[in-house]
Design a protein around this ligand. Structure first.
Ligand SMILES: [Zn+2]
Length: 156
């Protein structure tokens, strides 16, 4: 870390502790050259990617909106808040790793669906029906077919 006083990049960390709110790590550093001390903060990186909506409008990625959509899909399903939060984190980290500045809202929906599908099929279908806005019931049935053929038949 470059010293803010003499601009030499040579320091040591003299103290490390979490900030009061627990959302950052605070480090006291001492410059080897001028011996002055300064503080740096380390935060979790949040994605600042823009979402391209269907009409072409760009809006900031809104993790709360994604989470609300997932919560709706998981309504009364045996899925804990932590699992839902985990889906959001998975989607977020995938976006951060694969999209530099913009991502289509459709791609976010697909990512969330992939996660949900592993988690709970009812929640998956609910989410998919909202996200894909199926034109008619036939599209919806087409979507379900591969899933139904995957699940083993119950014994008679
Ligand atoms: Zn210095």
């Amino acid at each position: 870390m470059k010293c803010p006083y003499c601009h030499v990049d040579d320091d040591r960390v003299v103290d490390t502790r979490p900030s009061d709110d627990g959302l950052a790590i605070r480090r006291r550093r001492q410059c080897h050259k001028c011996k002055r001390r300064f503080t740096t903060y380390e935060y979790v990186e949040r994605t600042t990617v823009k979402v391209i909506k269907k009409d072409g409008a760009r809006v900031p990625f809104d993790r709360e909106k994604l989470k609300r959509g997932l919560e709706k899909a998981c309504w009364k399903r045996p899925i804990s808040d932590a699992r839902i939060e985990n889906v959001v984190l998975e989607v977020e980290s995938h976006i951060a790793a694969n999209f530099e500045s913009e991502v289509e809202s459709r791609a976010i929906g697909e990512l969330a669906m992939q996660q949900l599908r592993e988690l709970d099929q009812v929640a998956y279908v609910r989410f998919a029906s909202v996200y894909r806005q199926f034109e008619d019931v036939h599209d919806f049935v087409d979507e379900l077919k591969p899933m139904l053929s995957e699940s083993p038949r119950p014994p008679r």
